[in-house]
Design a protein around this ligand. Sequence first.
Ligand SMILES: *[C@@H]1O[C@H](CO)[C@@H](O)[C@H](O)[C@H]1NC(C)=O
Ligand SMILES: *[C@@H]1O[C@H](CO)[C@@H](O)[C@H](O)[C@H]1NC(C)=O
Ligand SMILES: *[C@@H]1O[C@H](CO)[C@@H](O)[C@H](O)[C@H]1NC(C)=O
Ligand SMILES: *[C@@H]1O[C@H](CO)[C@@H](O)[C@H](O)[C@H]1NC(C)=O
Ligand SMILES: *[C@@H]1O[C@H](CO)[C@@H](O)[C@H](O)[C@H]1NC(C)=O
Ligand SMILES: *[C@@H]1O[C@H](CO)[C@@H](O)[C@H](O)[C@H]1NC(C)=O
Ligand SMILES: *[C@@H]1O[C@H](CO)[C@@H](O)[C@H](O)[C@H]1NC(C)=O
Ligand SMILES: *[C@@H]1O[C@H](CO)[C@@H](O)[C@H](O)[C@H]1NC(C)=O
Ligand SMILES: *[C@@H]1O[C@H](CO)[C@@H](O)[C@H](O)[C@H]1NC(C)=O
Ligand SMILES: *[C@@H]1O[C@H](CO)[C@@H](O)[C@H](O)[C@H]1NC(C)=O
Ligand SMILES: *[C@@H]1O[C@H](CO)[C@@H](O)[C@H](O)[C@H]1NC(C)=O
Ligand SMILES: *[C@@H]1O[C@H](CO)[C@@H](O)[C@H](O)[C@H]1NC(C)=O
Length: 725
Amino acid sequence: MGAIILIIQLFLLILPSLTKVVESANTTLPGCRDSCGKVPIPYPFGIGPNCSMSEAFELSCSTTNLTTIPYRYSALIMNISLSLGQARVGMPISSKCYNITTKLYNESTWEADLKDTPYRFNHEKNKFVVIGCNTLGYLSFTVNQNDSYWGGCVSGCDRLESLSDESCSGIGCCQTSIPKGTSYILFEFVDFRNPKVYSFNPCSYAMLTGEDEFVFNTSYITAQQLLDQNTTIVIDWFIGNTTCDSAQTNKSSYACKSDYSICLNSSSGPGYLCNCIDGYEGNPYLQGGCQDIDECTNRNACFKDEKCHNLPGSYKCSCPFGKRNKHNDERDCELNLSLFIGSCVSIVILSFLGFGAYVVHERRKLSKVKEKYFQEYGGWTLLKKIQSDQGFGFTIFTRRQVELATNNFDSANIIGHGGQGTVYRGTFRDQMVAIKKCKIVDESKKKEFGKEMIILSQINHKNIVKLLGCCLEVEVPILVYEFIPNGTLFNYIRGKNKGSRISLSLRLMIAHESADALAYLHFSASPPIFHGDVKSANILLDENYMAKVSDFGASILVPSDKEQFVTLVQGTCGYLDPEYLQTCQLTDKSDVYSFGVVLLELLTSKPAIAFDVLEEERSLSSRFLVAMKEKKMHDLLDDEIKGDDLEVIMEVAELAKECLNMKADERPTMKEIAQELDRIRKLKQHPWGQEYNSDEMEPLFGEISHDTGCFGRDKEAEVSIAFGR
Ligand SMILES: *[C@@H]1O[C@H](CO)[C@@H](O)[C@H](O)[C@H]1NC(C)=O
Ligand SMILES: *[C@@H]1O[C@H](CO)[C@@H](O)[C@H](O)[C@H]1NC(C)=O
Ligand SMILES: *[C@@H]1O[C@H](CO)[C@@H](O)[C@H](O)[C@H]1NC(C)=O
Ligand SMILES: *[C@@H]1O[C@H](CO)[C@@H](O)[C@H](O)[C@H]1NC(C)=O
Ligand SMILES: *[C@@H]1O[C@H](CO)[C@@H](O)[C@H](O)[C@H]1NC(C)=O
Ligand SMILES: *[C@@H]1O[C@H](CO)[C@@H](O)[C@H](O)[C@H]1NC(C)=O
Ligand SMILES: *[C@@H]1O[C@H](CO)[C@@H](O)[C@H](O)[C@H]1NC(C)=O
Ligand SMILES: *[C@@H]1O[C@H](CO)[C@@H](O)[C@H](O)[C@H]1NC(C)=O
Ligand SMILES: *[C@@H]1O[C@H](CO)[C@@H](O)[C@H](O)[C@H]1NC(C)=O
Ligand SMILES: *[C@@H]1O[C@H](CO)[C@@H](O)[C@H](O)[C@H]1NC(C)=O
Ligand SMILES: *[C@@H]1O[C@H](CO)[C@@H](O)[C@H](O)[C@H]1NC(C)=O
Ligand SMILES: *[C@@H]1O[C@H](CO)[C@@H](O)[C@H](O)[C@H]1NC(C)=O
């Protein structure tokens, strides 16, 4: 609403500059005088030949005075009104006087004949007035050219005293109106004064006079001041002798030549007049005669404070912007609250709409981008799988959810930098989660990503960090894992948590559980998964020091039909299988080699690779193999376990040595390692049970696969599909 008002206001501000004021138009034909003395003479009247519309309007100008040239009556013209079709002209007063001494009458009466002229006596503004004592004055007049009547009034008075000024109602003065359409007048007197009257009233008068001009004065009775005087009367003039309707049928004779002109029937009879339409002024009888009135030149056109705007044919008053007319009589503008508020509101609404549109646009753009990534990472495959597989326990997180959970990837929430990306601590629905923001993903792997997610999400082992979900709406996928509170094994034996005591049996438990997890990946997962980056830093410990293998960033899913060749060898120095380095072929035995190094770490609490020592001592595995050969293994052992069960330690060392075999084929499988470690653990727990047969133990993986991990997630975990705009 406000906006519309605003536009209108602007329009009004611009408008005046469009309607330029034209210099006042001519009122006469070209080359004709436009006035005589002080009296303007507009067309259709004209002074001299060829200046008027017809002969009847042709005036003569003798220096200052004008004379109509109606054939039997000529009069001075005082004034011509174009719009009213009237003229004020002079007319002599008729009189009849009686000379007491000579006993003679001197009568002068006038007749005015306007028949067959475009003039008529105006019946509304003129009065027939008779002045005298006991005088009958009357008029003989002709209406509508042919109908003749007479009429008049009697003015009676016996005594001078009975007269009063300004009263013309029968005593000394009488008046009457004339009929409409009068075109001929003849004044007559019937005088029945007695001699007594003659003494004070020598003359009687009869006259036609413009009603508003005549005021009776008793001196008119006694003195002879009206003798040989003229009155001013109003005559109507008109064009043609037909009505507008018939006049308009003949365009060439139609007198209203100007645009913006209209035709008016003459008020006193046949014939018509032309006028300019409202808002225009000028001479409607001339082409281009009607001009727009610039009403704004009139200071009173608008109220004080208002702005005046001239429009074609009209004008508009408006208060300055933000104000409005008071509706009472005060000529003032007041603050227009409703307009003000309206404008404000509309501006606010417009801003909101604009902002809204912007937001929607940006959202669309964003969701397009999101969708693109989603598509690229095989999100639809994943979504389908999730939908078809209720209780799958895997969530596709929205970008927003992830951002909220990590407080927009606040660096305070970082819990680790891995080779594959950065890991944040996050909270999602009151659960602690670990959120891993991967580094840039290999283009060729992108399409497989969704598939991989499905496989990884199906891994359900108590010693493997559970993948809870992922977010695909970002350039680089974000993975959401269960949160493991106690950090990595590496930190435990080497890093920040160094110093906390880890008993041999705890180390054995961690080793066994890790081996279990890897065995599961190698043999129970479908397709098999090679971890690719087994190291102490990738083994997490929960609050009960239960091992949780994590980080499958470098892992390779092995399709049964083809070998896996890796173009870029990934992994960590000190843990890398030498054969893998040469062949670039990642096998389950590569993981075995790396696991051997982890076993060494558990035994020695030394780093897999050290840079502050001699070159040949850098690699823990080399040092170990040398030590084993020289039977100096004891020197390498962590002080904390040195005094512990040496037999158990040596069994683990032997196992590690097998794992570190240069020939991959000769290394044991993860399954075998897990079994061996289980056996060694039991040996440690029950040294008396040497004869304990490990084969009789419960199936290795059976119990595990039903475990949901320590997270305690509801089996019917909600499938959250919050993918939208
Ligand atoms: C007015 O009359 C003059 C000559 O008298 C002529 O040049 C001019 O164009 C006329 N103006 C209009 C608007 O007719
Ligand atoms: C008036 O017009 C007539 C013909 O229309 C012409 O003969 C005459 O000369 C004109 N008179 C003047 C004064 O222009
Ligand atoms: C014009 O009229 C006035 C009175 O109306 C008169 O006094 C004057 O003599 C007249 N002039 C001419 C030239 O007729
Ligand atoms: C009255 O009008 C006539 C013409 O109609 C004129 O000759 C005469 O001088 C006028 N008389 C007076 C007193 O103006
Ligand atoms: C002509 O008439 C107008 C009003 O109709 C009046 O205001 C003006 O004074 C008159 N002029 C003369 C000279 O009588
Ligand atoms: C009457 O007539 C006589 C002689 O003609 C003249 O002297 C006298 O002034 C006249 N009286 C009046 C009132 O006109
Ligand atoms: C009659 O009146 C006229 C003027 O009104 C005057 O000129 C004339 O002399 C008068 N005649 C007589 C006989 O008084
Ligand atoms: C007026 O009367 C004359 C003669 O009687 C006649 O020719 C004419 O048509 C009449 N005019 C009107 C308007 O009646
Ligand atoms: C009547 O006329 C006389 C003389 O001309 C004048 O003194 C007086 O004021 C007039 N009275 C009125 C009411 O006009
Ligand atoms: C109207 O006027 C025209 C000429 O202007 C004339 O021929 C015609 O007779 C008139 N008609 C009447 C009814 O007066
Ligand atoms: C229209 O008027 C013109 C001029 O006044 C005249 O010559 C013509 O005959 C008229 N035409 C009609 C159809 O009345
Ligand atoms: C003029 O008068 C005629 C007849 O009286 C009537 O039909 C017509 O509407 C009138 N035109 C105007 C513009 O008043």
